[in-house]
Structure formats: C-alpha cells, structure tokens
Ligand binder design. Structure first.
Ligand code: URP
Ligand code: ZN
Ligand code: ZN
Length: 465
C-alpha cells in the first residue's frame, strides 16, 4: 500500500522545504508540492510538523557479555525503544572477547538479532585479538556485508588489543577499504591507576573518572591517529569525551589523517558530578570514557556545530541497579554503560537545536546523514530522496514532556536523564514505508528490521567528506 506524508516541512542535512512525500512499497517514490493520494493510500497529515530522514545510531550495545554480566536489552526491547525515539537504524558493536573465536562470535551476534529487531541494523565487527585465523575470518565477515571494524585500546585482557594487533587490523582495513572505529583510552594506564586507587582505599564510583583521566583518552586518540597515518587506514574515534582528546583528533584531521569523530549523548549533557554521588546513584553514571568535568561541554558543542565532531551516537549500554552493584566494593567492577537509544534525538533536539547550539542541518547531518555516509548506508539511509528507503520521522515540535524510566521501552530500571524536559517528539516513525511508532508508542511489526549489508570501499566514494 502507498503512503503519503502530506504538508510537512522536510528537514535534511542540506536544508528545509515544504513538500509531500509519496512512498511506494519500501522506497520514496516522489517528493513535491500537492501530490495526490493514490487510491487506497494511507495519508499522514504532517502539517505543522517537521519530517526528518530516519535517525541512525552508529554506536549501540545490545547483546553484550561484559564485566561479569550482560547488557540488559534484547533486540526486541532496544529496537522498540529506538523507534519511539526516532531512530530507524542502529549499528551494534559485535564484541566477542579476546578468548572467543571471531567468526563464531559474529554468527552468534547475527543470530541474536535475526527476526527480532523492529528497525534496521548493521554491525561493527570488533577485532579483539590477532592470531593466525583472524585475517581470513575478517575477510569473510567483510564479504558478508559487515564492512567496518571496532578496536578497543582499553579493557586490558578482555576486549583490548596490543599495538601490534592494532597495526595488523589497520593494515587489513586499509587493504579492504573498511573503516575502523576505536575506543581510545590507554589500557595500561587505566589498569595501573585503578590498582593505585584501590590500594589507597578509594573504592567508590567517584574514583572511576580519576582512574581514566583526560590525558589517558588523549593518548589513546593520538596513538590511534598515528597508526592510521602510518597504515593509511581510515578511522573513527567513538565516544570522544573531552577537550584534550578533541585537540588530538582535530590536529590529526588537519594534517590529513582520514579520521572522523563521534561523541555520544551522555558526554554532551551529563558530567562527572553525577558519578560522584554516593552508592548506586553514582554507579548509574559509570561509563567509559567517563563523564567529565562540565567545562568540556562547550567545546564539544562547538566542535559538533563546526563539524570537527562528525556524528552523535549513544553508546547505549543498559545495566540495571542490581548489576551496577557488582562494583559496590571496587569501582573497576561497576559494569560500564549508560542507556540512551530512546532519548538521543529528543534530547539533542531540545538541548542542541532549541538552545541554539546546533543548526537543524547539523542536527540531521550528525544524527543521520553522516553515520549513513561513513558506514556505507548512504543514500539508501540518511537522506530524503527519490529511491531512498522510506525511513521517515514526522516530528512534533509542539510536544512537551519529561523523560522517565517508568515510561521507557528500554529494558532498564533507571534512566540517566530522569526528569529532563523534552521539547519535541516523533509523532510518526516509518521503517521502509511501514509505520512502526506513533506518539511514543510502538505499533508496528516486531520482525520488520533487516540486517543491512554494506560494501567495502564505500567510504572512498565522493559521498564522504
Ligand atoms: O561504558 C561504556 N562505554 N560501555 C560500553 C562499552 C564501551 O566501551 O563502549
Ligand atoms: Zn567504548
Ligand atoms: Zn560502546
């Protein structure tokens, strides 16, 4: 059945214009003024509303065995949460640990998601060790359509790789033409500082940030950029949190390193004072890189506005209070992670665009178009163009509400943004032409989501700039 979205203001990374959008099957078939509804078409009145391309979260964790437990969401819960918040595609980190086989891990992650996700999805393949099998396995995974890697320079002995392993991974990535995403913190420094703090009896969540200070992230960012420069590979720093790391990334970009930068929702809005609260309140805000001193935030917003920070993800990674208590006696054991997949669009709209820190165009670009371009999904995703997938968000800018764990679809017993006001919310969300969410409710098909295949070499195309 056809779908006609009538009378909305279309807002893309390029501009804003009033037009109707006709969807036939799964694709956008026409865009223009006064399009007549085909017989039997479903008509959505978007007058007074904005219409965005479906938002893409480039960094989420759903199936994640980590820190003696598992992240709480399933693909059912996370995808419904994504959709009510306007995210129509997410890219999940496929993270087998160092002691697991990469290919078996990849198959497991695919199996966990298959037939369960209500929105479209893809994976970044984590490379957590390099042995005689790794190269052939990664070639196979890339041939299967998972054309981006993930590297952790932190989490020693679990996900973390050595410099030698980083080098081999980037050499292969350069040859295959895939981009490598990286968690940039110096694993050895974190480990040593954690031990020092614990030995001094400093065991609470307030010591998490001092165990991973800004210089530790700046070193990781600079090292990653240096390895990119030496190998000619393309890279993407995930969840950048602070000005010293930003300075390293910007310097690398300036000297021509093919480096892109993501920051995530918590780092724009939350700060380390929250993790300094006593007991479980503080533990809720433990993630890595840690929430920082608030003084970093103006620089992150400016970098986002200027494009020095390319994208905004969430690093969605829910652990409930009982799980956080695993670290009650020693902060390094607090499961690291804060959820956000449901709230990224509304919070970045409210505290970015409405507060004048971000133009509408950069908002769409950073939350949809750039992730699509960088990860091989453009112009199928991240665009409102004839022939693009009809992933559309009809956005109600008049909506007023408050974030609350009691109402969320994310499978967790708290929300780090509890009580935060939002000034806007998706009214209608479509995935390939099918209405999946309306006014904060999931109303669609649970198994609608598809695993998106991506071709290697895509980021060499003229789309990425
Ligand atoms: O604290 C975080 N970020 N948890 C998820 C794992 C990671 O490092 O991305
Ligand atoms: Zn990370
Ligand atoms: Zn992450």
């Amino acid at each position: 059945m056809a779908l006609l979205i009538k009378g909305g203001e279309i807002v893309t990374a390029e501009g804003r214009s009033r037009a109707d959008i006709l969807v036939e099957g799964e694709k956008i078939a026409a865009i223009g003024a006064g399009i007549a509804a085909p017989v039997g078409a479903e008509v959505i009145d978007a007058s007074g509303k904005l219409v965005f391309p479906g938002f893409i979260d480039p960094h989420v964790h759903i199936h994640l065995p980590f820190m003696a437990t598992f992240a709480k969401d399933t693909h059912e819960t996370a995808s419904r949460a994504a959709l009510v918040g306007g995210t129509t595609t997410f890219i999940e980190m496929c993270c087998p640990s160092r002691s697991e086989d990469a290919l078996e891990g990849y198959e497991l992650w695919k199996q966990k998601a298959a037939g369960k996700s209500a929105c479209d999805y893809a994976f970044h393949m984590a490379v957590t060790r390099w042995d005689e099998k790794t190269e052939a396995q990664l070639r196979e995974i890339v041939r299967d359509g998972t054309a981006s890697f993930k590297i952790f320079l932190s989490y020693k002995n679990f996900f973390g790789v050595t410099d030698e392993e980083l080098f081999h991974t980037l050499q292969l990535a350069a040859e295959l033409g895939v981009i490598t995403t990286a968690h940039c913190e110096n694993a050895e420094l974190v480990s040593q500082l954690q031990q020092e703090l614990l030995a001094a009896g400093k065991i609470g969540p307030e010591w998490h940030e001092p165990s991973r200070p800004e210089i530790v992230e700046a070193e990781g960012t600079n090292r990653f950029a240096t390895f990119l420069e030496a190998t000619g590979a393309a890279g993407y720093v995930v969840h950048l949190s602070c000005t010293p790391a930003l300075a390293m990334a910007v310097a690398a970009k300036r000297r021509g390193v093919r480096l892109w930068v993501e920051s995530v929702l918590p780092h724009f809005l939350l700060d380390k004072s929250l993790a300094e609260q006593a007991g479980t309140e503080g533990m809720k805000y433990v993630m890595s890189p840690p929430l920082r001193d608030k003084k970093n935030q103006p620089a992150l917003w400016e970098a986002l506005a200027s494009g020095a920070i390319d994208t905004v993800g969430t690093d969605h990674c829910p652990f409930d209070v009982e799980q956080k208590l695993l670290g009650e006696k020693a902060f390094p054991q607090i499961p690291n992670g804060i959820p956000g997949i449901e709230d990224r669009v509304n919070l970045m709209w409210t505290y970015g665009v409405k507060r004048g820190q971000l133009s509408e165009q950069r908002f769409v670009d950073a939350l949809s178009t750039q992730p699509a371009k960088l990860f091989g999904l453009y112009p199928r995703k991240g665009a409102i163009q004839v022939g693009s997938d009809a992933d559309l968000v009809v956005y109600d800018t008049e909506y007023r509400g408050k974030i609350s764990a009691a109402l969320q679809l994310t499978n967790n017993d708290y929300n780090g943004f509890e009580g935060w006001e939002i000034q806007g919310r998706p009214a209608v969300v479509t995935v390939r032409g099918k209405v999946q969410a309306r006014d904060g409710k999931f109303i669609g098909e649970q198994a609608r989501g598809q695993l998106l295949r991506r071709e290697p070499q895509y980021f060499r195309s003229s789309h990425v700039g």
